[in-house]
Design a protein around this ligand. Structure first.
Ligand code: MIC
Ligand code: SF4
Length: 653
């Protein structure tokens, strides 16, 4: 590991490589090769967090070994039953026991609060949420991962990933009037698609970045998750310094950027002056067109909020647009500020009153509607949202159509009752940020030294399942065959009802693939498990490891696809499901649901990556590959990451 300053002096380095180099503990920085990096900070949220702390407890380390770890309550705060409230109480007890900051319900969405209060340029952050790269807006290398990876990082072990390629996106000029950070990332999605970022870090540069404040930069790095990117990052510069000043955290500032002659694997240019307000059509964030093309579409609902677009400047622009107007009678407008800090500052300067008086329904500072926790649209409803994902059914209404837009487009459309290009308003609204935000951390409980605290577990918090080591022969029915870009929302649906079962694997597993095939869980149980076959980018979206643990609980042994999304692939490995890919992708067409597949000699062939799948219906043989590192293969052989770490700990003693 070398010092960050030393790494900075080496010429020709991009920012991503500098931070990786300064945190490298294993491997070489060759794109595609596995590396291990030191994790400085971790974050968890309630719906992935309960598993994380059960896992940390199982590892058996008494206190976290990171510089800073924060546990947020921000996702499921509805508490429609005891389960959710019990989870929160468990998380609070775990934070106390293990030396973790605890951000109480109501304090805000993890990514927004972390950006405001804890992010530090040049540090690494690992979070059990796919939008952890939000803090890349602060010049951090921030990566989303499955819960067990985060638990292992808290125990002081490196985080392993494939050395990413680095794509440089150069932003040129000043954004055209009414073009916001959201439109910039929608343009990137339009060009690169939802799988264009897999295996890559997106690094932003160019004179255009000076026109984007830190929360706007964070909007862009946040939605890098929708590109499938490992992370996205902006340099730390005068804009960063100014944001840290406003947060009263000037001491956390360091200047950090790429060398002038930095090299990249690919460069892309975007002229901000040429952009227009954009919209992502249902049901994928990369189905992007100009708002002008869809202008006039009647809408039923508008949601302004989520970790993408809920900062002070976002909501101030909304307040200015709504001031003195009334939300259209056919529209329900809900607004969830990203943090208590945002809400407080809007209240103090009167902007909250403008929102309320326009008829906006103000929600708690939490994820809420973004992930189907309340405010589901009406039947066949059209919902405009400033969030980041518009996957089918995620809103809580199976036949709703969700369009993703900027805050400006959302606000003006709420007034007109139809999708409207904000440029109709004429001169652009300019927001003056306060010299300092009013900061109040009293809803964050810092760690103390009371490590003998008991973990408080309610009846819905079930023990972690334990899984057997890999078998030499796997034979199983293809229980489901799905297409490209299957999301974790398909595999393990979210929403308030199902998310309150996140600490109860037997119960939540009944809902696996429910939105695709309601008979899936029952069939899986009846046939004693089996195999899932899928297309490209399988498992994109959320970091929820439940999308691996719950299928594993149902007996799924193999997922055979054309290609995987990064986090989900690792989650499958962590819980001992064999993630295989077709060598010849055409063979996907040959397999039918109901076929019985057989894989033999796994224990010897997996090491050489030479596994062969036999379709017993026609005796056809398919060559498959896993492309995994030796470490990942060992995890699979041992029956998952928890067993692997425990074995390691035993050997270390
Ligand atoms: C999401 O946006 O899908 C979530 C809910 O934040 C998930 C985490 C989870 O499923 O709990 C994510 O993005 O990782
Ligand atoms: Fe929460 Fe939505 Fe952001 Fe996920 S994407 S962290 S659910 S606000």
């Amino acid at each position: 590991m070398i010092d960050l300053m030393e790494a900075r002096e080496k010429m020709g380095q991009n920012l991503t490589r500098k931070i990786i180099q300064a945190h490298l503990v294993e491997g070489e920085m060759i794109p595609g090769k596995e590396i291990g990096i030191k994790v400085d900070q971790t974050l968890t949220q309630d719906s992935t967090g309960t598993m994380v702390y059960l896992e940390f407890n199982a590892i058996g380390i008494p206190r976290v070994k990171t510089e800073l770890s924060v546990s947020y309550i921000d996702h499921n705060t509805l508490q429609t039953g005891f389960e959710n409230a019990d989870d929160h109480r468990f998380l609070q007890s775990a934070a106390k026991k293990y030396g973790i900051h605890f951000s109480r319900a109501g304090n805000g969405i993890c990514h927004q609060v972390h950006l405001e209060r804890f992010s530090i340029p040049g540090k690494t952050l690992l979070g059990s949420d796919s939008h952890t790269p939000t803090c890349g807006g602060m010049g951090m290398l921030a990566i989303g991962a499955g819960g067990l990876d985060v638990a292992v990082a808290m125990a002081g072990y490196p985080y392993y990933l494939r050395m990413p390629e680095v794509i440089n996106i150069r932003l040129h000029g000043k954004p055209a009037p009414w073009v916001s950070a959201k439109d910039i990332i929608l343009e990137v999605l339009r060009r690169l698609t939802v799988k264009g970022g897999v295996g890559k870090v997106i690094e932003y540069s160019g004179d255009g970045i000076l026109h984007l404040d830190v929360p706007q930069r964070a909007t862009i790095t946040n939605m890098g998750a929708e590109l499938g990117a490992t992370s996205s990052i902006f340099p730390s510069d005068i804009v960063t310094r100014s944001f840290l000043n406003k947060q009263g955290r000037e001491m956390d500032y360091i200047e950090l950027g790429p060398d002038i002659d930095a090299e990249y694997d690919r460069v892309l240019d975007i002229n901000l002056a040429e952009l227009e307000p954009l919209v992502a059509l249902p049901h994928m964030p990369d189905r992007v067109v100009r708002v002008a093309e869809k202008q006039g579409l009647a809408i039923d609902q508008v949601f302004i909020g989520s970790c993408t677009n809920s900062s002070y400047s976002d909501l101030m622009r909304v307040a200015k647009i709504l001031k003195g107007k009334t939300v259209h009678p056919s529209v329900s407008l809900v607004i969830a500020p990203g943090s208590r800090q945002v809400m407080y500052n809007l209240a103090a300067n009167g902007a909250l009153a403008d929102l309320v008086s326009a008829g906006a329904r103000i929600l708690e500072c939490a994820c809420g509607p973004c992930v189907g926790i309340g405010q589901a649209p009406p039947t066949k409803g059209i919902s405009l949202r400033t969030s980041n994902r518009n996957f089918m059914g995620r809103s809580g209404t199976a036949d709703a159509e969700v369009y993703l837009v900027s805050c400006e487009t959302a606000a003006v459309s709420a007034i007109y009752g139809k999708l409207t290009d904000p440029r109709v308003l004429g001169e652009q609204i300019i927001i003056e940020l306060p010299k300092r935000f009013t900061v109040d951390d009293s809803m964050i409980i810092p760690p103390d030294d009371s490590s003998n605290t008991e973990l408080i577990m309610g009846p819905n918090i079930k023990p972690l399942p334990d899984f057997e080591p890999l078998q030499d022969t796997i034979r199983g029915e293809v229980l489901l065959k799905v297409n490209d870009n299957i999301t974790t929302d398909h595999i393990m649906p979210a929403g308030a009802k199902i998310m309150s079962l996140r600490s109860n694997i037997p119960a939540i597993s009944q809902h696996v693939y429910e939105v695709v095939d309601p008979t899936f869980a029952k069939r899986a149980k009846e046939s004693g498990g089996g195999i899932i076959v899928g297309g490209e980018n399988y498992g994109q979206g959320s970091s929820r490891e439940h999308a691996a643990i719950a299928p594993k609980h149902l007996g799924i042994k193999v997922v055979l696809v054309k290609s995987f999304a990064r986090i989900h692939q690792q989650n499958l490995i962590n819980f001992g499901i064999l993630p295989l890919m077709f060598v010849d992708k055409e063979q996907y067409l040959d397999i039918e649901q109901g076929d019985i597949l057989e894989i033999k000699n796994i224990l010897s062939l997996i090491v050489k990556d030479e596994l062969v799948v036999c379709n017993t219906r026609n005796n056809k043989l398919y060559s498959v590959k896993h492309n995994l590192s030796e470490r990942q293969v060992n995890i699979l052989l041992e029956g998952g990451l928890l067993r692997h770490v425990k074995n390691k700990l035993r050997n270390d003693i």
